[in-house]
Design a protein around this ligand. Structure first.
Ligand SMILES: NC(=O)c1ccc[n+]([C@@H]2O[C@H](COP(=O)([O-])OP(=O)(O)OC[C@H]3O[C@@H](n4cnc5c(N)ncnc54)[C@H](O)[C@@H]3O)[C@@H](O)[C@H]2O)c1
Length: 381
């Protein structure tokens, strides 16, 4: 059997992302986008047969298609050309235990969000990451990797909109697929998202609210100080947190509003952020990701285009010339590309991909939302 691996590619193992998963193919494509990684091992499903069949179908050696993640960590750690990085794309409550299993074998981690299922898991995972100096960690809050989001971050850092005063962010989806949901069809439609043991603290917040909060702290460079939240359950019979309205006070005194909902009929991937400062404002909408609206507060409003003219910083994170749209996969792949570079460098270069620090902050935010909604009062983040 030929197991020769090209030395310049980083050897990647995958946990999750089986045949019918949502995010599996996104990770597999993104990891290979820039020829930095090679997928050499995996466990793609809890069902051993499905996992092996799928692994084989995408060209993984059958003896590196494992029965479970523990077996994979044990065996890969012993092979000389074993995986250097594991990518985790299983449901939220399993992220911590899977990440720690590989970290304990000194294998680097790229994990999908949320950082962990709940705050306790998040704090434990954070410690494990910080205590192991041999490993590096990245978290795929992928919206932060769009070139025009990076451009927005840079404009804030350069003081172009002054001191941030207000942030308004929303991420809404429609998990009902336009259907009427009853107790009978809820399991088929919402799947593990109505199982608290799997989805963790809160479905709407862990699944998409986490992205919205991450985007707000990522672009602004601020962190939340306290909040008051009102979280809804879908119905008496269906235990799904489906909507959250949150008022946030940030550490510099800025005021924020976050709205996230997974049952907004027709609300298809509505991620939008508006940030207002003492000198001007920025607005970015994921459905039109190649543009950033910049209002300098006086004079004319500008639509900055990815990779063009004034949007110089965004060029660093673009592959295709301006005018040709880049999107979701390109942004996702930026995390893999940067992580590959980060693994190979010892220099103190600045990297922009999300990490465990932001992961823990987001877990604290979600936990505070839950507490606030129960107590119906402001709580510290
Ligand atoms: N970054 C993003 O934009 C984005 C988008 C969608 C989902 N996600 C995140 O990705 C994760 C997975 O979501 P999804 O929608 O793809 O879920 P999914 O249910 O569609 O797929 C999960 C996959 O993981 C496999 N799996 C579960 N437990 C496993 C285990 N212990 N070992 C091996 N395989 C296992 C399942 O068989 C399935 O193939 C979640 O944390 C979710 O929040 C992120």
């Amino acid at each position: 059997m030929n197991r020769k691996i090209k030395p310049k590619k980083i050897k990647l193992g995958i946990v999750g992302g089986g045949p019918k998963s949502w995010i599996g193919h996104v990770h597999r494509i993104s990891s290979r986008y820039d020829d930095k990684f090679e997928i050499v091992a995996g466990v793609f499903s809890r069902n051993v047969g499905n996992s092996k069949k799928f692994g084989k179908s995408i060209g993984i050696d059958i003896d590196r298609c494992y029965s479970n993640f523990r077996e994979m960590s044990e065996k890969e750690a012993k092979i000389e050309s074993g995986i250097e990085v594991v990518a985790i794309m299983t449901p939220p409550s399993s992220h911590q235990i899977i990440a720690e299993t590989f970290i304990n074998k000194n294998i680097h981690v790229i994990s999908d969000k949320p950082f962990a299922g709940n705050l306790k898991q998040a704090q434990k995972l954070y410690k494990t990451i910080k205590n192991n100096k041999k490993i590096k960690y990245a978290l795929t809050h992928n919206y932060s990797s769009y070139p025009m989001v990076r451009e927005a971050k840079r404009l804030v850092e350069k003081g172009k909109i002054g001191k941030i005063e207000y942030i308004n962010v929303e991420y809404i989806q429609d998990w009902t697929e336009g259907k009427q949901i009853s107790k009978r069809n809820s399991k088929k439609i919402f799947k593990w998202k109505i199982d608290k043991k799997i989805v963790g603290t809160s479905a709407v917040l862990n699944e998409i609210g986490s992205h919205a909060y991450h985007l707000a702290i990522y672009i602004s460079g601020l962190s939340g100080k306290n909040l008051i939240a009102d979280i809804n359950k879908y119905s008496k019979n269906i235990d799904l947190d489906n909507n959250a309205q949150v008022l946030i006070n940030f550490n510099n005194g800025a005021k924020g509003i976050l709205w996230t909902c997974v049952t907004a009929k027709g609300g298809v991937y509505g991620l939008r952020i508006r940030i207002y400062g003492s000198k001007g404002s920025l607005e970015w909408v994921q459905n039109d990701p190649n543009y950033l609206k910049y209002n300098p507060g006086k004079g004319s409003v500008k639509f900055l285009e990815r990779g063009y003219a004034d949007a110089n910083f965004s060029k660093k994170f673009s592959r295709i010339k301006f005018g040709h749209p880049e999107g979701y996969l390109d942004a996702f792949a930026n995390i893999y590309k940067e992580f590959a570079e980060y693994l190979k460098t010892n220099k103190k270069k600045k990297f922009y991909f999300p990490n465990e620090n932001e992961g823990l902050q987001t877990a604290k935010f979600i936990d505070a939302c839950k507490k606030s909604s129960l107590k119906k009062q402001w709580v510290k983040i």
